[in-house]
Design a binder for this molecule. Sequence first.
Ligand SMILES: [Zn+2]
Ligand SMILES: [Zn+2]
Length: 142
Amino acid sequence: MKDSATDTLTAEKMGGLRMTKQRQVVYEVVQEMAMDHPTASEVYAKAKDLMPTISLATVYNCLETLTDAHAITQVNIDREASRFCPNLQPHAHFFCAKCDSVFDVNLHQQANAAEPWNLPQGSLIDEVNVAMRGVCPNCRED
Ligand SMILES: [Zn+2]
Ligand SMILES: [Zn+2]
């Protein structure tokens, strides 16, 4: 299920970022691989199919620029290569320790991202970055 509004990039959404052809390709690949939360090298492998001349350094650059422009977010799992996620809704990442998959965990409908936390009163959240680690339903053996 995809929200069509998130598919089209507008200049305002990208914080005025100029979409070069390379950035567009890199962004499309991250969107396409959203479920996998690809690393830079995974993005590179796929981007090369669309644009054979693109280099790994360019892919790194584009990912950094897109992250800075808040078009995508960088997901860090300690000691592993950063992964990238185009889902801009507040969500957590669940890491499966067995199959190494990463998936998005959304809030319950209408839930407030600030609610589960004992935040000091008056705090405002700009960004929620929650990582959960465990075993996914596919890997669980009871
Ligand atoms: Zn995500
Ligand atoms: Zn798993």
